[in-house]
Design a binder for this molecule. Structure first.
Ligand SMILES: [Fe+2]
Ligand SMILES: [Fe+2]
Length: 167
């Protein structure tokens, strides 16, 4: 396994775990503010990010690579409002898109073809992730401080089920 690509994938494993941790902290904030639907949505998203980390982990394992787990940094736990949480989620997804793009570029330059194929899944996934987050941000911007509409939105987000296993 190409050492440079392996190291970069290990870094992305850490990024995905950070993303998972960050969504969990967002979920805890919403739980505390009694927006249990938002909390549920974010908790499911946290699980999905865990799945992304494990997808790369499994890829390294399948290629006889070395999985090197690193410390996960502390995520933000305080937000000004529930709407701000989802704005932060959208920004986080945009950051991850950039990380995936650079990882893809690196794998391309290193001619790591199997990694390129694996990373294509992530490129598609980021298109979905950014779209989903921006739709929610838009909904919060429409709802503003209308309590009835906020409760409806919370209920809608709470209907999200557990993520399906990868494959
Ligand atoms: Fe992810
Ligand atoms: Fe994501």
């Amino acid at each position: 396994m190409n050492a440079v690509v392996q190291q970069a994938i290990n870094e992305q494993i850490n990024n995905e775990f950070f993303s998972s941790y960050s969504y969990l902290a967002m979920s805890a904030y919403c739980e505390r503010k009694q927006f249990t639907g938002c909390a549920q949505w974010l908790r499911m998203q946290s699980q999905e990010e865990y799945g992304h980390a494990m997808r790369l982990y499994d890829f390294l394992a399948a290629r006889n690579g070395i999985v090197q787990l690193q410390a996960i940094r502390e995520p933000a736990g305080e937000y000004g409002s529930i709407a701000e949480v989802f704005q932060a989620a959208l920004e986080q997804e945009r950051t991850v898109t950039k990380q995936i793009d650079s990882l893809y570029e690196l794998a391309f330059n290193e001619k790591a073809f199997s990694a390129l194929v694996e990373l294509e899944w992530f490129i598609n996934e980021q298109v979905e992730e950014e779209k989903t987050a921006s739709v929610i941000v838009h909904k919060f911007s429409m709802v503003k401080d209308d309590p009835a509409a906020l409760l409806d939105l919370d209920r809608e987000l709470g209907s999200r089920g557990a993520p399906q296993a990868a494959e």
